[in-house]
Design a protein around this ligand. Structure first.
Ligand code: PGA
Length: 245
């Protein structure tokens, strides 16, 4: 099974979102592939109603708190209410631009657990950390701190996305060798932290229909988290189609 999750980020008007839905519905989906899209909050409910049977619909963020005076935040309970089945946590744009910390990520995971929403935990090193050979150190910290105090059962079903920050939206991808090495490192770290694991680990960073075959066909790569190329239904589905089985 391969997992192809899109992340629209802050893109698409509601008209464009509807066009996407219509186009996605026309697509014949490849077998053994789970599709999902993390859409902006205002669209979750409508898109889930229209597309939820063909494709998982999720959110891009959740509050670390359960309710109360947190202006602008959206709780896990509200996400569930709107039909979100998964939620991105710790995307590098939120870590970097909005100052989300590993500790908050830990709280967000707990919130999602309380409402049975599958987290997609995003981890990855920055360009500088990559150049300084600090990738493993960064991944270890993000996983250890993010999962602190959590048991395997607390995050059952969780997916981890390895997204080197320097590959996101840049057109540069990590090499397959690099992806395989870091995915294997992440799996070992998860075993150390959670005891056991059958957690799916995806790659993210400039995945497109043209590089999907090369980057995602290896059996150790469970799939991809896709930004830019997820904005068009056909290109998202083609990523799934182009993976060799
Ligand atoms: P990208 O984004 O595919 O546009 O590089 C990936 C992501 O941010 O998840």
């Amino acid at each position: 099974m391969k997992y192809i999750f899109g992340n629209w980020k802050m893109n698409h008007t509601s008209t464009e979102a509807r066009q996407f839905v219509a186009e996605f519905k026309r697509q014949k989906l490849p077998q053994d592939t789970v599709f999902g899209i993390a859409v902006p909050f205002p669209y979750i409910k409508e898109i889930n109603k229209k597309l939820g049977k063909k494709c998982k619909i999720g959110a891009q963020n959740v509050s670390f708190a359960s309710k109360g005076a947190f202006t602008g935040e959206v709780s896990a309970e509200m996400l569930l209410d709107c039909g979100a089945s998964f939620c991105l946590v710790g995307h590098s744009e939120r870590r970097q631009l909005l100052g989300v910390t590993d500790q908050q990520i830990n709280q967000k995971l707990l919130q999602l657990k309380n409402f049975n929403i599958t987290p997609i935990l995003c981890v990855g090193e920055s360009c500088e950390e990559y150049k300084d050979n600090k990738t493993e150190e960064v991944l270890t910290r993000q996983l250890k701190e993010g999962l602190k105090g959590l048991k395997y059962a607390d995050v059952a079903g969780m997916i981890v996305a390895y997204e080197p920050v320097w590959a996101i939206g840049t057109g540069k991808t990590a090499s397959l060798r690099n992806i395989k090495r870091n995915l294997s490192f992440i799996r070992k770290a998860l075993v150390k932290i959670l005891g056991k694991h059958d957690i799916k680990v995806l790659y993210g960073g400039s995945v497109t229909e043209s590089n999907a075959e090369e980057l995602l066909s290896d059996s150790s790569v469970d799939g991809a988290l896709v930004g830019g190329a997820s904005l068009k239904a056909s290109s998202l589905v083609n990523i799934g189609r182009n993976i060799r089985r």
